[in-house]
Design a protein around this ligand. Structure first.
Ligand SMILES: NC(=O)c1ccc[n+]([C@@H]2O[C@H](COP(=O)([O-])OP(=O)(O)OC[C@H]3O[C@@H](n4cnc5c(N)ncnc54)[C@H](OP(=O)(O)O)[C@@H]3O)[C@@H](O)[C@H]2O)c1
Length: 273
């Protein structure tokens, strides 16, 4: 029992498989179950991994099963996989947004399970993933789950599963907040006469540059902000405008709205399964 099996060979699985191969994992250690023949062919061609049309075949004897399907699919695949998983007792890793550990245990049985919340930049290796384990996960399995998700960006363990909805609100959903910010900056610049392409390039590169300064320097964002804010300068004028319009309160309300929605979505999944 050495291989990792991905159930679902979509975007996220492709990204993790690409990352694992780059760490030196042999392609023979990876299997993928994917219903679409075309997707199976391209996974085989691009990565040299074995692909299966049937979940059960791919899952048999796996050390790790990564559930990389949409949350709504989970109840359906449990019928196919439950017996195999109960026999082999692999580590189960779910990357399905909003699906709780107790739901996974109900569907797949009392297995070691790690629930992950990655975000879209994981698709380019720049993801931010929160991980949460049930009490059956051994230290070695924890390290293995982290190794798999580290190939898609940075990871952080979350001890209290309730806080996974906050993880969703500040990283899972959050790329869209920055996209919305760039859109608004772009529109403001265009309104002042800058060509759209120029406005987008400047705003997007600034977003990237600010992110890299935050991650690479390891400095407090407040310190970085103060350092670029000269007294009575242009930056101060903009920040005072943000402050007058209540930016921190606006962000806190948006994060709370996303967190609440996460709770509701998990409850809806309870109702249909
Ligand atoms: N993409 C992201 O940035 C992101 C971020 C955070 C979390 N996630 C989570 O990651 C999971 C996967 O996302 P994704 O973007 O990779 O989705 P995706 O591209 O739609 O991949 C899911 C794959 O699973 C396949 N599938 C459907 N039913 C199946 C079944 N019964 N058995 C096996 N495979 C089946 C799908 O095939 P068909 O196309 O034929 O349906 C598809 O290829 C989701 O739960 C999502 O919430 C994704």
């Amino acid at each position: 029992m050495t291989h990792i099996t991905f159930i679902g060979g979509g975007n996220m699985a492709r990204s993790l498989i690409g990352g694992l191969l780059q760490t030196g994992m042999p392609a023979t250690d990876i299997r993928v179950a994917e219903p679409q023949a075309e997707a199976r062919q391209s996974l085989g061609r691009d990565f040299g991994v074995a692909c299966f049309a049937e979940n059960q075949l791919a899952a048999t004897d796996a050390e790790v099963i990564v559930l990389a399907v949409k949350p709504q699919i989970m109840p359906a695949i449990q019928a196919e996989l439950r017996d195999t998983l109960q026999r082999d007792r692999p580590l189960l890793i779910s990357i399905a947004a909003g699906v709780r550990l107790d739901q996974l245990e109900r569907w797949f049985g009392s297995l070691p399970i790690v629930r992950c919340m990655p975000n879209t930049p994981a698709l380019i290796g720049a993801g931010a993933t929160g991980l949460c384990a049930n009490n059956r996960v051994s230290p070695a399995q924890r390290a293995l789950a982290q190794h798999i998700m580290d190939t898609a960006g940075i990871t952080r363990w979350i001890d209290d599963e309730v806080l996974m909805d906050t993880v969703t609100a500040i990283s899972g959903s959050a790329p869209a907040y920055f996209f919305a910010m760039v859109e608004a900056m772009e529109d403001a610049a265009v309104a002042q006469g800058l060509p759209r392409e120029t406005a987008r390039a400047l705003a997007a590169q600034t977003c990237l540059g600010a992110g890299r300064m935050l991650m690479e320097g390891g400095e407090d964002p407040a310190l970085l902000r103060k350092r670029v804010t000269s007294p009575n300068g242009t930056t101060q004028a903009a920040l005072e405008s943000f402050s007058a319009d209540g930016l921190p309160r606006m962000v806190a309300r948006a994060v709370a709205a996303a967190t609440d929605r996460g709770v509701t979505l998990a409850a809806e999944l309870d109702a249909v399964s």
